[in-house]
Design a protein around this ligand. Structure first.
Ligand code: SAH
Ligand code: SF4
Ligand code: F3S
Length: 471
């Protein structure tokens, strides 16, 4: 057994022991925690693990940060905007600390993987008790213990790790739909992106560990899983076993009780025919592909180091649509990447018109220190970036509305998720293509699959009428 794994097993036992000790210390104390999560689903799921550990240590969740005894901010570094929001929030916390001197404030996640950020926080906000990164969340109990027993800021950041940590306690936010990590990290180094620096190199979980987790979820009554990775299509490349992402989907499709399988994110350069056929042939794998294109200009794609052309991207879309009828395709697009001319941007608009995405997450390029693009010369003017974003959003909204309108009058399968937040008489459900449908129905339908006739549509949400309950 490699040494690193042995060390980790001992480490985990140590953390277990500390969790018990803190739980003992907290007995009968009625203590609360609150976690604020920024960024992507990876972070959302990491927060579920932190919550799992906190609950094991005797803390209960509170919505109200004023009431918290442990307050965590799980941060994101993908765009400057996310960082500014976190810094703003943290600057307001000093007051809370004065009110409750026992309050422990912790910062974790991608922002903390940047040395300069950690230095800035230590200097500006010395009242922060714990700073840790993305590679060592399993060590949180120990860091909490140290923070409880010390007056200085506890800082613990690993640059990267080869370890894949299994069996952390998880407190999931939802009891029907679950996030399941399959691969951590990213090897792609798109020139604009900070993620490879904050999440390290690709590390796949072993297929059996994933299967065991999904079986357990099925037993607990979960109906839907979403497989998570920065690039799920490179799943297995780093394992000795004969496994690919598509093969993993076949194995997971066999697990009884799970009704729907989703995944994100896919990188166009790694989409295989095998995956498209798996999506076509596997009944539980939903007809939705999130396939970030980033730009419609070959020049910009090359400067972004995306390793595909617009022609190749369009080919994948054609193949997906030919094999998987009614598939929903969503994407991410960045405007204002360094060197993007009006002509390049028009190619993005043109690609968006050609593909007709069901939805697009659109972003203004944000300079990230340490990435290659940050040092590229021809950075685009802020005003132009905003104008381009608005134009793109306007076009995409029109397309999203038109695409959803096509569903009017049709009957679609939905999974009923909850009572609607807006209208208590209605239920909120999702189609296999991940669109939201509200319809009048009984609370007992939550967790069931049903056929619903669509009566009215907007860009991503729609109204419907119950036709029949499937199961
Ligand atoms: N691994 C995924 C998602 C990564 S981050 C993927 O490869 O698609 C999510 C999205 O944020 C990216 O798809 C990209 O569109 C956007 N993004 C990443 N870095 C950015 C930056 N520096 N400025 C603006 N948007 C960025
Ligand atoms: Fe970032 Fe590119 Fe990796 Fe996605 S594939 S996380 S955009 S470097
Ligand atoms: Fe943000 Fe880190 Fe996710 S930078 S987008 S939280 S991987």
């Amino acid at each position: 057994m490699p040494n690193s794994i042995l060390v980790t097993e001992n480490e985990l036992k140590k953390q277990e022991k500390i969790m018990k000790e803190i739980a003992e210390l907290n007995k009968n104390k009625n203590l609360f925690y609150h976690i604020e999560t920024y960024g992507c689903q990876m972070n959302v799921h990491d927060s579920e693990k932190l919550a799992g550990m906190l609950e094991k240590m005797g803390y209960k969740y509170t919505e109200n940060i004023e009431e918290a005894d442990v307050l965590l901010f799980n941060t994101c570094a993908v765009r400057e905007h996310a960082e500014i929001r976190v810094m703003g929030r943290v600057s307001q916390l000093k007051e809370l600390k004065t009110k409750n001197p026992n309050l422990i404030i912790g910062l974790s996640g991608c922002m903390m993987q940047q040395k300069t950020m950690v230095e800035a926080i230590r200097e500006k906000y010395p009242f922060v008790d714990i700073i840790f990164g993305t590679h060592n969340i399993y060590k949180f109990p120990q860091l909490l213990w140290e923070a409880i027993n010390s007056q200085t800021t506890i800082v613990d950041i690993l640059e990267d790790t080869k370890n894949v940590i299994e069996n952390l306690p998880i407190k999931r936010d939802n009891n029907l739909k679950a996030w399941v990590n399959i691969i951590y990290g990213c090897n792609n180094f798109c020139t604009y992106c900070i993620v490879p620096y904050t999440r390290g190199r690709e590390k796949s979980r072993k297929p059996q560990d994933i299967i065991d987790e999904v079986k357990e979820l099925a037993q607990k009554g979960y109906k839907e899983i979403t497989l998570l990775g920065q690039n799920v299509n490179s799943y297995g490349n780093d394992l000795d076993e004969d496994i690919t992402f598509a093969k993993l989907l076949y194995k997971l499709n066999d697990i009884e009780g799970i009704e729907r399988i989703r995944f994100m994110t896919s990188h166009p350069k790694d989409i295989s025919d095998e995956l498209i056929y798996a999506m076509r042939d596997l009944d539980k794998v939903c007809e939705h592909l999130h396939l970030p294109v980033q730009s419609g200009s070959n020049k910009i794609l090359q400067r972004m180091n995306r390793k595909y052309t617009r022609e190749h991207y369009l080919e994948i879309i054609d193949k997906a649509r030919a094999n998987i009828p009614d598939i929903a395709i969503t994407t991410d697009i960045i405007v204002g990447f360094p060197g993007e001319t009006e002509e390049d941007f028009n190619e993005t608009l043109d690609l968006a018109e050609k593909v007709r995405f069901d939805a697009a997450y659109t972003f203004i390029y944000s300079k990230r220190v340490g990435t290659i693009a940050a040092n590229m010369p021809d950075q685009v003017d802020e005003k132009i970036k905003h104008e381009r974003l608005e134009k793109l959003i306007e076009l995409q909204n029109k397309i999203s509305i038109e695409k959803s309108a096509k569903l009017k009058g049709k009957t679609v399968e939905v999974l009923v998720e909850s009572i609607s937040k807006r209208d208590k008489n209605k239920l909120t459900s999702r189609t296999r293509t991940n669109k939201v449908v509200h319809f009048v129905g009984d609370e007992d339908l939550i967790g069931k699959l049903a056929n619903v006739k669509i009566t009215d549509t907007k860009a991503w949400t729609m109204q419907g009428e119950l036709v029949e309950v499937i199961r």
